[in-house]
Design a protein around this ligand. Structure first.
Ligand code: FAD
Length: 437
């Protein structure tokens, strides 16, 4: 069997490496950090989470919940790490970010058949079996080379990260612990606002100064990760229907539902840091401190990390890739992660899982395979490789990408989604025994 090269030790590259190694393949993993950092990464560890510590829903009525379960069935390292390092977050799966990346790093370092090289790769290797998983912040030289390779303009847009505040700087006389409708454990801290406070806040937020954008032609905003100041400018009530929605969050101090609520989510196991939910932002740091300190309970907040905004590079996958994530142009060259147009931590790891398995097949002289479209894993690969290239946009796991159920329509959405998930897991189990094994 041939050796495989994996470039990029993020969510996708770590998972791909794991899937290869556990199939007995020798792997050379190239990760440029800490020699060279990206604008968002802060550590030297593999699989660093650059923004929120939440991996979103953990339930089978949600497509990303299905994706997680499929990955567990496929013995995913990213899921194992997430399950082992989780912190309370109601129906979602959130992790202690440091323990999470440490876990992944330790597991990969302990593998005899994996060699980790701290090195930036500047060009796509022209032969051998290679998985490129360098993410939305791929270094400039490699990004240029990929752009040349793909023969069409790689697309990019903006992505934003939310600020994190120190727990001991939050005013607990005002802030209260509660999850919406008291579902699950009380995992969130809530900052209540009355109408007057909301008005002052939104007015200051709209006026606040944003940081300069470097190296971008347009400022297209990705809807799923919209900066809070952009949302505020869309209309007086937009935030009240979004991250500042108060419903189900009565204030125990007054027994009433506040006019608006800003939620804080625990960011590490020690509960010493909280992130401001939905507050991805591109405001200047000083402005973030000034405006976000207007949030009741955060008047003396210490910002452990400010919100940021960054480039997001992804290739024209519909033209370049097949559903095994192998390039149509160069046999043995695979792409994985956010740069293929899947969106999100779990999705990126999921594509790394599929690409890793297929690279292993190639190394063992077996044909690469596409996962069934009934599965979340297969439906994402299908989406990124068959969408109209002109309108191609990164996409989260979604039931909209999976074919509907045959027979009588189930009216209840939750029930319908659970059935689709059940079918997906059956389909995966069958695929495992008949195709993969
Ligand atoms: P990454 O995890 O970024 O891994 C790529 C790795 O490749 C990095 O370690 C990098 O150092 C390395 N690398 C880059 N170039 C080279 C090179 N030339 N040679 C060697 N190594 C290289 N998703 C969410 O689900 N939730 C969020 O809140 C979220 N917030 C985000 C915020 C920002 C600022 C960005 C940029 C993205 C965010 N995403 C978020 C999207 C996406 O899920 C993550 O970026 C995710 O980490 C992508 O996984 P990946 O494996 O594709 O890339």
């Amino acid at each position: 069997t041939q050796k495989v090269t994996v470039i990029g030790g993020g969510l996708a590259g770590s998972e791909a490496t794991w899937q290869l190694a556990k199939r007995g393949i020798e792997v050379d993993l190239y990760e440029m950090r800490p020699e060279k950092m990206t604008p968002a990464h802060e550590t030297k560890e593999l699989a660093e989470l650059v923004c929120t510590n939440s991996m979103r829903s953990n339930q089978l009525s949600n497509a990303v919940g299905l994706l997680k379960e499929e990955m567990r069935q496929m013995d995913s390292l990213i899921m194992e790490a997430a399950d082992k390092t989780q912190v309370p977050a109601g129906g979602a799966l959130a992790v202690d970010r440091d323990s999470f990346s440490q876990y992944v790093t330790d597991r990969i370092r302990s593998l005899d058949n994996v060699t980790i090289h701290t090195e930036e790769i500047k060009n796509i290797p022209t032969d051998g079996i290679v998985v490129i998983a360098t993410g939305p912040l791929t270094s400039d030289d490699l990004a240029k080379n990929i752009q040349q390779f793909s023969g069409s303009d790689s697309l990019h847009f903006f992505d934003a990260a939310a600020p994190i505040v120190a727990a001991d700087s939050i005013n607990m006389d005002i802030v209260y612990k509660k999850s919406r409708y008291d579902r699950g454990e009380a995992a969130y801290l809530n900052c209540p606002m009355n109408k007057e406070q909301y008005e002052t806040f939104i007015n200051e937020l709209i006026k606040a100064e944003t940081a300069e954008l470097h190296g971008f032609e347009n400022s297209e905003v990705f809807e799923g990760c919209m900066p809070i100041e952009v949302m505020a400018s869309r209309g007086y009530k937009t935030m009240l229907f979004g991250p500042l929605k108060p419903v189900g969050l009565e204030d125990p101090h007054t027994g009433e539902t506040p006019y608006a609520v800003v939620q804080l989510r625990q960011d590490n196991a020690a509960a010493s840091m909280y992130n401001i939910v939905g507050f991805q932002t591109h405001l200047k740091y000083g402005e973030q401190k000034r405006v976000f300190s207007l949030i009741p309970g955060l008047e003396n907040a210490r910002f452990v990390r400010y919100g940021k905004m960054h480039r997001n590079t992804y290739i024209a996958s519909p033209e370049i890739l097949s559903a095994s994530y192998e390039s149509k142009k160069q046999k043995g060259l695979f792409f994985a992660g956010q740069m293929t147009g899947v969106e999100g931590y779990v999705e990126s790891a999921g594509s790394g899982l599929v690409a890793g398995i297929n690279a292993a097949r190639e190394a063992m002289e077996q044909e690469p395979v596409a996962f069934p479209v009934e599965t979340a894993l297969g439906s994402m690969a299908n989406y990124v490789t068959t969408t109209d290239a002109k309108h191609f946009q990164p996409m989260n796991a979604s039931f909209a990408l999976i074919p509907g159920l045959e027979g009588k329509k189930i009216r209840n959405k939750r029930e319908r989604h659970e059935k689709i998930s059940e079918r997906g897991l059956e389909s995966l189990a069958q695929f495992k025994t008949t195709v993969l094994d």
